[in-house]
Ligand binder design. Structure first.
Ligand code: TMP
Length: 209
């Protein structure tokens, strides 16, 4: 059970190209088949305002401070309009990225002071944290190949250099090492069936708690 509400908050994280987004609906279907209420969402985004902020964040040039404040503005709206009400109803919230992404991308990738991120996090979220975080991990070269193979134009984050993604990945892994009880690392280079089997084990464990 979540520390602040009866529902459960599950987040998916990883560098761009790690493959996490392709599993979110499968996770939701798995839980719904076991009689759970599920809300899927994503960050930045998840609300009409959040989706407009997402469009800006992925395409407009802006200062790093503006980027972080827009991410937290979108998150704050998402928390009050979607995440907290769903958790209060006892639903699962399965969210494609949450605040670990800000530490990894803005803190690690863009080297912004993590203590300042922590203060914004405390302001926007209070006590609310993900109950479980699935970190899809792949080497940056594999992620880069996948993004390029997708053949579409790259957004402002995807267009960053490999060294940026190395820092993002390392920050995610460092957070997972610091909070092993919350994180589950999933090897995103494995075949889909193997990843699904691992997800099933993790979700069964969650359901039995
Ligand atoms: P997505 O491609 O996984 O939907 O995420 C959009 C991009 O937003 C992705 O490149 C990571 C970036 N992002 C941040 O930089 N900081 C954040 O806090 C979040 C939630 C996403």
């Amino acid at each position: 059970m979540n520390r602040v509400a009866p529902g459960r908050f599950l987040t998916l994280e990883g560098i761009d190209g790690a493959g996490k987004s392709s599993h979110i609906e499968w996770i939701a279907d798995f839980l719904r088949a076991r009689k759970q209420q599920v809300v899927t969402s994503r960050e930045p985004g998840g609300t009409p305002l959040g989706e407009r902020l997402r469009a800006c964040l992925l395409s407009e040039a802006m200062s790093l401070e503006a980027e972080i404040l827009l991410l937290f503005a979108a998150r704050s709206e998402h928390l009050s309009a979607v995440i907290r009400p769903a958790l209060q109803r006892g639903a699962w919230v399965v969210c494609d990225r949450f605040s670990d992404a800000t530490y990894a991308y803005q803190g690690g990738g863009r080297q912004f002071d993590p203590e300042r991120i922590r203060r914004l996090e405390e302001w926007a979220q209070g006590d609310l944290q993900a109950d479980r975080t699935l970190l899809f991990d792949v080497p940056c070269a594999v992620a880069r190949q996948r993004i390029e193979a997708a053949g579409r134009s790259q957004d402002r984050f995807e267009a960053e250099k490999t060294v940026f993604f190395e820092r993002v990945r390392e920050t995610y892994l460092a957070r997972a090492r610091r909070e092993p009880e919350r994180f589950r690392i999933i090897d995103g280079t494995r075949p889909v069936e193997e990843i699904r089997a691992r997800l099933e084990t993790i979700l069964q464990e969650e359901l039995s708690q």
